[in-house]
Design a protein around this ligand. Structure first.
Ligand code: HEM
Length: 440
């Protein structure tokens, strides 16, 4: 489909073959940068940086130091701890209110997870003031600004007028982010200086979050302070929202399909019983749990338009049609995953379709971008670099939440209406009951 909004030309693919052509083509290795992203300096972050040396450097650094299998495994204990904290928080909420609004719990957990793995620090989000609260404000204001439709992006004349106040709000937010993230970077610098003065090699070895790594690479890669702030800030955005939203959808599906929930719980019980909490190393023995995650990604892809679009760097062709340079290209992953010609009974929530031994034929169905029938993390050069980390987090926390509680509906029911913001979230956030299965 092709259309224009103001001066912006769009093409949207809703079928796997042209989606593959677009995402895998070097012609679409750039991204259109919205005014809000520019104002928030995101053009210096990985997701919006133009295709070129700077972007390649960031991808390389993060692939080696943040998203490598070794690094993801090293953070397994931390993920498990945060998962157990959420389990405890849910118990408290059930005792206090008799029901749980899961979105807030998942969001705090996910934000803390990113903060710990990227910045090496955690926050007490229950507190009424302090860093956690400021961070919450910064993140939600950023989500709103980046997710909002801005007429100025498509009508250059309107841009200077800033009728929706996007630029003013972005500049204000940018200042606060600079102070917040800048202080964390400074703090890391001071600690490194002190360690250097003490010549404390052992401590140096044991530290090493992503901020430390960027500081190590600062000179070699010519990253300025504001580049670092942009890179770090983007990771918070990308890493928090997607994971929390996906888990909320999965829990909603568990409430709606008690038989599927029970089957996933039986699998966990059979694999390790209830004597100890699930760990990363148990996950390979939980194929049905993985199938539940895949099926939810199919039914409710968090980035239904692959969130952030691509931009044609030069003239090219898609599906035999001419596409001029400067065209914004999107893949409608939601349409593909709900297409009867691609998936049998697409409206049915059926994790079995991903289990070979149950006739699904899709046990090994790859979801990392090689098969465009289900590519929730995109594909090609700009495929999501955090996909393995995101999946590891979602699978572990889901296993912990299912092991600990039976999830049932509250009087409010479950509404699966969708709302597209920066990601596709539940329009009515899930409020349900968590009945303890084991002592937690
Ligand atoms: C369930 C979890 C996640 C989903 C569904 C998801 C989805 C996506 C999608 C659809 C894209 C666009 C890909 C394309 O254009 O082909 C993307 C890009 C990106 N994601 Fe994720 N993501 C997830 C988790 C994460 C995590 C945990 C991080 C980091 C902490 C992350 C960081 C990024 C970055 C930096 C990009 C931009 C890459 C570039 O343009 O080079 N994502 N993600």
């Amino acid at each position: 489909m092709a259309f224009s909004v103001g001066f912006t030309r769009f093409i949207i693919s809703s079928e796997p073959e042209t989606a593959r052509e677009m995402l895998n083509s070097s012609a679409f290795a750039d991204r259109p940068v919205k005014e809000s992203a520019y104002e928030l300096l995101f053009h210096r972050a990985m997701g919006f940086a133009p295709y070129g040396e700077y972007w390649r450097n960031l991808r390389r650094i993060s692939a080696t130091h943040l998203f490598s299998p070794r690094r993801i495994a090293a953070f397994g204990k931390l993920r498990a701890q945060i998962g157990l904290q959420m389990v405890g928080e849910i118990r408290g909420l059930m005792e206090e209110r008799g029901e749980v609004g899961v979105r807030k719990v998942l969001h705090f957990g996910s934000l803390n997870n990113v903060m710990l793995s990227v910045f090496g620090r955690s926050y007490d989000f229950g507190a009424r003031n302090g860093g956690g609260l400021e961070l919450e404000h910064l993140v939600s204001e950023g989500y709103e600004l980046l997710g909002a439709f801005n007429w100025g992006d498509h009508f250059p004349l309107l841009r200077s007028l800033d009728l929706q106040g996007v630029r003013r709000r972005c500049r204000n937010l940018c200042e606060r982010v600079n102070v917040f993230v800048g202080a964390i970077i400074e703090d890391h610098r001071t600690k490194r200086r002190l360690r250097g003065e003490r010549n404390d090699e052992e401590e140096e070895e044991s530290s090493g979050d992503f901020v430390d790594l960027l500081l190590d690479l600062e000179k070699e890669n010519r990253l300025t302070d504001s580049d670092m702030i942009a890179v770090l800030w983007e990771l918070i955005f990308r890493g928090t929202d997607t994971v929390a939203i996906l888990l909320e959808w999965i829990l909603a599906r568990m409430v709606l399909h008690p038989d599927i929930q029970a089957k996933a719980q039986s699998e966990i019980d059979a694999a390790l019983g209830s004597a100890r909490p699930v760990e990363d190393s148990d996950l390979p023995r939980l194929p049905y749990l993985r199938a539940v995650v895949k099926e939810t990604l199919r039914m409710h892809p968090p980035g239904p338009l692959l969130s952030w679009a691509r931009l044609a760097i030069h003239d090219t062709h898609v599906g035999g049609h001419f596409v001029p340079a400067g065209t914004t290209a999107m893949v409608n992953m939601w349409a593909i995953t709900h297409d009867e010609a691609v998936w049998a009974d697409p409206e049915e929530f059926k994790p079995e379709r991903f289990m070979v031994e149950e006739g699904g034929g899709g046990g090994e169905f790859p979801i990392m971008g090689s098969d465009l029938r289900l590519a929730p993390f995109g594909a090609g050069r700009r495929v999501c670099p955090g996909k393995a980390m995101g999946l590891a987090t979602v699978e572990l926390w889901l296993a912990q939440l299912l092991q600990s509680y039976k999830w049932v509906g509250s009087d409010r029911g479950v509404d699966v209406s969708e709302r597209l913001k920066l990601s596709m979230e539940m329009k009515q956030s899930l409020v349900c009951k968590a009945i303890p299965r084991v002592r937690v």
